[in-house]
Design a protein around this ligand. Structure first.
Ligand code: ZN
Length: 139
């Protein structure tokens, strides 16, 4: 098959990211190059106990969505400090100045999705196409 409509990557268990991924720093794995993503950047991340992002940053055009999968900590954006725990989802506009840290007793795992702000023209209601055929799981 030379024209498939999907790509697959295996990142392994989130809890092992700190040892299995060094791209570009220990515990971070970018998926754009692994999957050939064309409209977003996604990273899988593990921040060890006591770890912190050692800098502030903002973006020129991209908004970010941080999805916290496990762990506890603090997220700082524009000088405001927000609590982070499993299930916390934080959107940050491009100009938001952000950083975060792990203040809990276990590794923090999070997913960061980055996409150009205002870039999506069709949301699910107008973009999804549902063909009129039954779902089959066996050929
Ligand atoms: Zn960023």
């Amino acid at each position: 098959m030379n024209n498939v409509n999907f790509t697959v990557a295996e990142a392994g268990p989130f809890k092992d990211l700190i040892s299995t991924s060094q791209d570009p720093v220990p515990g971070k794995l970018y998926l754009k190059s692994k999957l050939g993503l064309t409209g977003m950047e996604v990273s899988l991340n593990q921040l060890p106990t006591g770890g912190s992002v050692p800098f502030y940053h903002s973006h020129r055009e991209n908004e970010e969505l941080y999805l916290f999968v496990s762990g506890r900590g603090e997220f700082q954006v524009d000088g405001r400090i927000l609590e982070i725990k499993e299930g916390t989802c934080i959107r940050v506009a491009p100009e938001g100045v952000r950083t975060h840290r792990n203040t809990g007793s276990e590794a923090m795992v999070f997913v960061c999705i980055q996409v150009k702000a205002e870039s999506i023209q069709h949301w699910v209601e107008s973009d999804a196409v549902v063909p009129d055929e039954p779902v089959m799981w066996e050929a």
